[in-house]
Ligand binder design. Structure first.
Ligand SMILES: C[S@@+](CC[C@H](N)C(=O)[O-])C[C@H]1O[C@@H](n2cnc3c(N)ncnc32)[C@H](O)[C@@H]1O
Length: 323
């Protein structure tokens, strides 16, 4: 069932807006993911939303009738609610913070981080995401945001941020709602015409508590929920693990789930390139049986992908892709 593909880019997605810089964003892979949404998609549900790159891309193309973006991280969802409801006021707040930092950016970042940890206010999170190392949220044992600032950057300029926030809000409204929800409710509550796009923390970084995100993911219960969703004919797409060069993240999902497993080439690994290595990143994308059926079987799935190059044989995959 395995298929290796080198996805091409969709011209209509070149100007898709994005609001939140977020490590792990699927902006690039959205080009390979949104073509797998059937044209009759009711609600696109994104339970591990982060920066909701796939939802924004899908709404930009006008595919689903409605969308739900959900995440366990409360301040992140509070930020999404402001992006949806009052992007201009949020842009004003960001502009004020951005200008205030200029006297002493280093000390100001620490001050805003302390304020964010005391209040959870979403405009502070937006500022922190714009300035922190690799746009990567990090939390300590007590749930406090502890990522440091990237001292080389002041964060996106206010006008740039304003355009992103307002552009994203226009793209998503009025059919998108954002809620704080643990993923099983969203996955198992999906209706027959819905599609759920899952992008959980990867196995390599997930434990009961995950410093990368607010919560980790228990692999065994995740597998149980996936099995339940397959049995309930839920249409879902799942990004889960992959490899960079010889390094593989996580184990492939069990064949008993009967998911169609695509290997998507995501391009050169930026981190490896910085380290002088020529490593490529391959991301796994799994398609549930119900969605494969809706798309006309495995051949129908492959036919929808914007390929840069036709399927390559598994032997041609880089080191570390072994299933
Ligand atoms: C890899 S990121 C998603 C990135 C996203 N696809 C994007 O384009 O930015 C994973 C997200 O899952 C969230 N998360 C972790 N555990 C969760 C849970 N149990 N339920 C819902 N969301 C969860 C994290 O807060 C994080 O935002």
């Amino acid at each position: 069932m395995d298929n290796a593909v080198m996805p091409g880019r969709i011209a209509a997605l070149e100007n898709v807006p994005h609001a939140i810089p977020y490590q792990g964003s699927k902006r690039r892979l959205a080009h390979a993911i949104v073509p797998l949404l059937p044209s009759d998609t009711g609600t696109l549900v994104e339970p591990f939303a982060g920066s909701a790159a796939v939802t924004i891309a899908a709404q930009h193309l006008g595919i689903p009738r409605a969308a739900r973006i959900c995440d366990i991280n409360e301040p992140l969802i509070a930020l999404w609610v402001r992006i949806l409801d009052e992007p201009a006021a949020l842009a004003d707040d960001y502009e004020r913070l951005w200008h205030e930092q200029r006297a002493d950016p280093r000390a100001y970042y620490d001050e805003i981080r302390a304020k964010f940890n005391a209040t959870g206010d979403p405009q502070f999170l937006l500022y922190l995401l714009a300035r922190c190392v690799k746009a990567a949220v990090r939390y300590n044992r007590d749930g406090a945001f502890n990522q440091g600032a990237d001292q080389r950057r002041l964060g996106a300029k206010p006008d740039t941020m304003r355009a992103r926030l307002i552009g994203t809000s226009r793209t998503l409204n009025p059919s998108t709602v954002a809620t704080v929800t643990d993923y099983p409710a969203m996955l198992l509550g999906a209706a027959g015409s819905d599609v759920v796009y899952l992008d959980p923390p990867y196995q390599g970084v997930s434990r009961a508590r995950d410093h990368r995100y607010m919560a980790g993911l228990d692999h065994d219960s995740f597998l149980r929920h996936l099995a339940e969703a397959v049995a309930g004919d839920v249409s879902f797409l799942l990004s889960y693990d992959g490899s960079t060069g010889a390094k593989r993240y996580g184990r492939p999902l069990p064949g008993s789930l009967n998911l169609l497993h695509l290997h998507l080439y995501a391009g050169k690994s930026t981190q490896a390139t910085l380290n002088g290595l020529d490593h490529h990143t391959v991301e796994s994308l799994y398609v549930s049986p119900a969605l494969v059926d809706r798309l006309g079987g495995p051949a129908g799935v492959m036919a929808r992908l914007p390929l840069r190059q036709a399927h390559r044989s598994p032997q041609a995959l880089p080191d570390g892709v072994d299933d």
